[in-house]
Design a protein around this ligand. Structure first.
Ligand code: 13P
Ligand code: SF4
Length: 328
C-alpha cells in the first residue's frame, strides 16, 4: 500500500499532536529506533518488552505506536479494547517477512516433540502457532525456565537463537531469518574503528551475526545496551545496533561519546532500519487526527496469539526493564 503525502502546509504539526493526544486520551509509545523527534514527544520510549508491558497496562483509549507493525499488533493483542494506530502501516520487519505462517506451521508439524520459543519480531499468525514469545531482554530468563530435556524450535532470528544456543550450550532448531539491519555491520570496519578507539568497549544487539557479537564486551537488548552505556567507566562506546538509540544515550549520558558501528561502506547509514524510518511526525499527526491506519485483528487469532504472549509476560515477570542478556 502506498501512503500518499498529505498537504500539511500551514499546520503546526507538533501543536496539533499535543492537542490531539489530550483530546483522544492517547498514549504515544516509541521504540528506541524511532527518529529523535518521535522519541522526544513520546510518553514512553522503550524496548520491545517494555513497550508490550506499557501497552498491556495503559488506561489510554488510543495507543499511537511509533514502532513497527509487529509491535503495534502486540499492543492490540494485549489491549483489544483500545484503538491502536501505527503512523505508517507499511512499517514491517525483515524477520517477520522471513517467517511465513504456513511454512512455520509445516516446520512445527515436522518436529512435534519440540516447543516453539519465538522472537516477538514475527506476525500475529506465527505468535498463534508458538508456545512462548521472547524479546531480546527476556529471552535468557525465559530459556532458563525451560527444562533441559525439552527440545526447542527457535525462530525467526537465527542470530539471537544462535547466541542463546552458544551461551547456554543448548541445542535448538533455528529458523533461518535475519534482521537486515544488524546483518549489515562489517567486522572489518568494526575492527578498524576499535583500533582507532582502543579503550572504547563494544556493545552489540544479539540480532548481530556471530562475527560482530564475538567482538562485543556487552551483548543485550536496546534497553540493556542503554543501561550498559550508563555504567561503563570509559568515555566512549561503540554501539552495534540501529543508530537511532544513540539519541537516548546522548540525552541521558551527555558527557560520553557514542559511535555507531559501521556497515561495509564504512559509514553506518545502511544500519538505519528502513521500516522504523517510515514513521514521521506528520504521519503521527494524521494517525491521531484520523485514527488510522488502525491495527485490527480477528478475535480467534488474537486469542490464540495472546496465549504465547501471556506466557512471556508471566515468565519474564522478574525482568525489570533493564533488558539484560548480560555480558558474554
Ligand atoms: P529490543 O528493543 O527488544 O532489543 O528489540 C530490537 C528490535 O529488533 C526492534 O526491532
Ligand atoms: Fe526488524 Fe531489524 Fe528493523 Fe528491528 S531493526 S524492525 S528486527 S528489520
Amino acid at each position: 500500500m502506498t501512503v500518499m503525502p498529505a498537504d500539511l502546509s500551514g499546520i503546526d504539526v507538533r501543536a496539533e499532536i499535543e492537542r490531539l493526544r489530550k483530546e483522544r486520551n492517547a498514549v504515544i509509545l516509541a521504540h528506541y529506533y524511532q527518529r529523535p523527534e518521535l522519541q522526544d514527544l513520546a510518553d514512553f520510549v522503550g524496548d520491545s518488552l517494555e513497550l508490550s508491558r506499557k501497552a498491556a497496562e495503559t488506561d489510554a483509549e488510543v495507543i499511537a505506536f511509533c514502532g513497527v507493525k509487529f509491535m503495534a499488533d502486540t499492543a492490540k493483542i494485549l489491549s483489544p479494547n483500545k484503538i491502536v494506530v501505527l503512523p505508517d502501516i507499511n512499517a514491517g520487519c525483515s524477520l517477520e517477512d522471513s517467517c511465513p505462517p504456513e511454512k512455520f506451521k509445516a516446520f512445527r508439524e515436522a518436529h512435534p516433540d519440540h516447543i516453539a520459543l519465538t522472537y516477538i519480531n514475527c506476525s500475529t499468525e506465527v505468535k498463534a502457532l508458538s508456545d512462548i514469545i521472547v524479546t531480546s531482554s527476556s529471552a535468557e530468563t525465559i530459556l532458563q525456565q525451560i527444562p533441559l530435556d525439552q527440545k526447542i524450535i527457535f525462530g525467526p532470528d537465527r542470530h539471537l537463537g544462535g547466541y542463546l544456543s552458544r551461551k547456554f550450550n543448548r541445542e535448538m532448531l533455528l529458523w533461518p531469518g535475519v534482521c537486515i539491519v544488524h546483518e549489515a555491520f562489517s567486522e572489518t570496519e568494526l575492527l578498524k574503528l576499535r583500533a582507532q578507539h582502543p579503550n572504547a568497549p563494544i556493545a552489540a544487539h544479539p540480532e548481530c551475526p556471530p562475527h560482530i557479537v564475538d567482538h562485543a564486551d556487552y551483548v543485550g537488548s536496546t534497553s540493556g545496551i542503554l543501561q550498559y552505556a550508563r555504567t561503563i567507566s570509559q568515555d566512549t562506546l561503540i554501539v552495534a545496533t540501529e543508530p537511532h538509540i544513540i539519541h537516548q544515550m546522548q540525552l541521558s549520558i551527555p558527557d560520553k561519546t557514542f559511535i555507531g558501528a559501521p556497515g561495509a561502506d564504512g559509514n553506518c547509514n545502511c544500519n538505519i532500519c528502513p521500516y522504523m524510518a517510515l514513521n514521521t511526525l506528520e504521519k503521527l499527526y494524521i494517525a491521531l487526527r484520523d485514527l488510522t491506519p488502525r491495527v485490527e485483528i480477528e478475535e480467534p487469532l488474537r486469542l490464540a496469539a495472546k496465549k504465547s504472549l501471556d506466557r512471556m509476560l508471566e515468565m519474564a515477570s522478574g525482568t525489570v526493564g533493564k533488558g539484560d542478556l548480560g555480558t558474554r
